[in-house]
Design a protein around this ligand. Structure first.
Ligand code: NAP
Length: 630
């Protein structure tokens, strides 16, 4: 199951004796063999796919894996099972592969896709589905597997994950948030109500001719803008908007999706003539049913909106994302408040700025997080529109003997900020750490992994996270690792300092992680804050670390390889185990963070740590030159 799957959608049939649920991966051929052996099916309907074009633009690997490798694995497992069936069951067996009209490419103003239209897929999604269609065809021609392929137009209806256009617009319009429309909104899609699609699939499975393909379409062509306007008008009719005169005012035209197909339209004559299928819903009746369903089923979609997916637009390349601005909304003139002014990340943020939004950075003397009165006074004085908390008690070893101070800053301080942000109804971006984990996992940590800090610092940060989640829905918690910059004290600067008078350095080589540079964190926060202020950012906890990974020893060697190339002194680095370098606070052996979620939600991928290290060293040299010159 991926992010788009939701067992709640199956609640209605959960108790049925004709239904079984097995959680598994279609790329797992052993599991598939086991399932075929246990259930001995008469047919397979293959509906599993990564299906969101926007996601395929920023993360195509999953599409290749699931849609191509997964289809291949399922075909092979099916063939193994099918070849062992008795002749009569073998003849009746069917494999129905559910595909898309996007394999045909894009149409101009005229014409329709028929079953004989040549494939011309344009997006990573469409090309992965086209590849799968070809595999299915080949398994029929080569092995005689009785396959059927359907290619349908854009579906919509109940239980649709709220990243797709229609549910996204219904829910954003309901909450009176900006309604992002690509380009001019003139791309045309042929809309098919999901129940009509399901009826067609059942018909093709029962009556279709093996080896044939069937197009399924509702003959309901609409431009994206027409779809969005129809939803706005229908919702206005049902529930008048509170913040705008009419919901059409919420429409925001955003940078177009790269390679956006202009028009899709399906000719469903074959299905209609040969199998007698007809779409039962017009676009108007289907849309009304869909809106009514979302209004009546908030308990289904609300957790998805506030959890994994908050209603932001995906699939824009990183540069475009920064430019996205909702129209029809008054820009917030209040400043962004950065707490922790003298820290590494705060300094990088202060230097970078927030793309035209004013900001104020305050140090401990102006906003001491252990003093609630001081925090309240700072809020009253600056009336921020968003807060970034880059302040923390970060002395990991010292925290073991200063537990109260660490918790006062990292937990109680975070809670005060969250409470004041909740009262002011503004978002909080808070920085946290990989030290909330115990480092025993063998793979990079994902956001949902349980926290189990090994030291006081990690425990205080974990408690701070929890406090924020409990007090403020509008939060973005960014867990990062091994932060370095040309300012402050950090591993890069410590190594360079030690290199000045040591010929040999012992460095731990069994803790793995990714160095993350403060300037990269600042860039990410710039993008996130612009999206949050624009009303289309995702809330929640995200991992954010430099790309690539290494050990502290590998990091040290890279520092010296690069610093010696810049004419600096370089010692011999000796790899040692953690057991030879005891510290008051225990460190996690695995600090690696899986950063997929922030890539999906915000299009953010931090640069490779080695590239940022080079920039950091250049900055350090520049600063040293300037100090030398002054
Ligand atoms: N450094 C890392 O390797 C690392 C790794 C993972 C996550 N993080 C997280 O990343 C964030 C930024 O880290 P960083 O490396 O930029 O930290 P940093 O350089 O140590 O800066 C922390 C800042 O917090 C301020 N601060 C401490 N106590 C405070 C209080 N009571 N009230 C107000 N401000 C206070 C400090 O002020 P003074 O200058 O007055 O002392 C300092 O400027 C932190 O949340 C940290 O937990 C860091």
């Amino acid at each position: 199951m991926t992010y788009a799957a939701n067992l709640n959608s199956l609640a209605l049939v959960a108790e049925s004796s004709r239904y079984r649920f097995v959680e598994g991966d279609i790329c797992d051929s052993c599991l598939l063999d086991e399932i075929f052996g246990n259930f001995k099916p008469d047919a397979v309907m293959h509906l599993a796919a990564e299906s969101h074009v926007d996601r395929s633009i920023t993360g195509s690997a999953d599409f290749i894996q699931t849609n191509i490798v997964g289809t291949y694995t399922l075909l092979e497992a099916t063939r193994r099972y099918w070849e062992g069936l008795p002749e009569s069951r073998k003849r009746e067996f069917r494999f129905l592969h559910v595909s898309t009209d996007e394999v045909y490419g894009s149409l101009d103003a005229e014409g329709l896709f028929s079953e004989t239209t040549a494939y011309s897929p344009n997006s990573p999604y469409a090309s992965s589905k086209a590849s799968a269609d070809h595999l299915v065809n080949a398994w029929h021609h080569t092995y005689g597997l009785p396959v059927l392929i359907t290619n349908c137009s854009n579906n919509y209806g109940p239980y649709h994950f709220p990243e797709k256009l229609i549910p996204l617009v219904i829910l954003n319009a309901l909450e009176e948030k900006p309604l992002p429309v690509y380009g001019k909104g003139n791309n045309v899609r042929d809309w098919l109500y999901v129940d009509d699609h399901a009826r067609a699939l059942e018909l093709v499975l029962r009556r279709g001719v093996p080896g044939e393909k069937y197009n399924i379409g509702g003959r309901n062509e609409r431009t994206n803008l027409e779809v969005v306007e129809a939803i706005c008008d229908y919702l206005d009719e049902k529930i008048p908007a509170a913040t705008v005169e009419c919901r059409r005012d919420l429409i925001a035209f955003v940078a177009d999706r790269p390679g956006h197909d202009q028009r899709y339209a399906i000719d469903a004559t074959k299905l209609e003539d040969e199998l007698g299928w007809r779409a039962q819903e017009s676009f108007e009746t289907g849309l009304r049913k869909t809106v009514e369903w979302y209004l009546a089923n908030e308990n289904w979609w609300r957790p998805l909106r506030s959890g994994i997916y908050g209603g932001e637009r995906l699939g824009l390349l990183a540069d475009d994302k920064v430019r996205v601005k909702p129209l029809g909304r008054r820009a917030d003139k209040r400043p962004i408040l950065v707490v922790g002014r003298h820290g590494q990340v705060a300094q990088a943020l202060d230097a970078r700025g927030f793309d035209g939004v004013p900001h104020v950075a305050l140090g401990r003397d102006e906003i001491d997080l252990t003093d609630p009165g001081a925090v309240e006074r700072a809020f009253a004085a600056h009336n921020p529109g968003l807060v970034v908390n880059a302040a923390a008690y970060t002395a990991v070893d010292k925290a073991e003997s200063e537990r109260d101070v660490a918790f006062a800053v990292n937990s109680d301080g975070a809670a005060i900020l969250a409470r004041l942000c909740a009262e002011a109804k503004i978002p909080l971006i808070h920085i946290s750490t990989d030290y909330v984990f115990d480092g025993t996992k063998s793979a990079p940590y994902v956001e949902d992994d349980p926290t189990a800090p090994l030291n006081v610092y990690g425990a205080s940060k974990a408690e701070g996270e929890e406090a924020i989640r409990g007090l403020l829905r509008e939060h973005v918690i960014l867990r990062t690792s091994w932060v370095c910059s040309s300012t402050g004290s950090n591993f890069v600067k410590t190594m360079l300092r030690l290199a000045e008078n040591r010929d040999e350095l012992n460095v731990v080589d069994d803790q793995r992680g990714a160095p993350t540079f403060a300037t990269d964190i600042a860039d990410a926060i710039g993008v996130i804050s612009a999206r949050l202020l624009g009303g289309d950012g995702a809330y929640g906890t995200f991992h954010l670390a430099g790309s690539g990974e290494t050990t502290w020893c590998g990091f040290a060697r890279e520092i010296f390889a690069r610093s010696s190339a810049r004419g600096m002194r370089s010692p011999n680095v000796i790899a040692i185990p953690t057991s030879d370098y005891p510290t008051p606070a225990q460190r996690p052996m695995n600090s690696r963070l899986n950063c997929r979620k922030i890539k999906d939600a915000y299009g953010i991928v931090l640069p490779d740590w080695k590239i940022s290290l080079g920039q950091c060293l250049d900055e350090l040299l520049q600063n040293a030159d300037m100090e030398g010159a002054s």
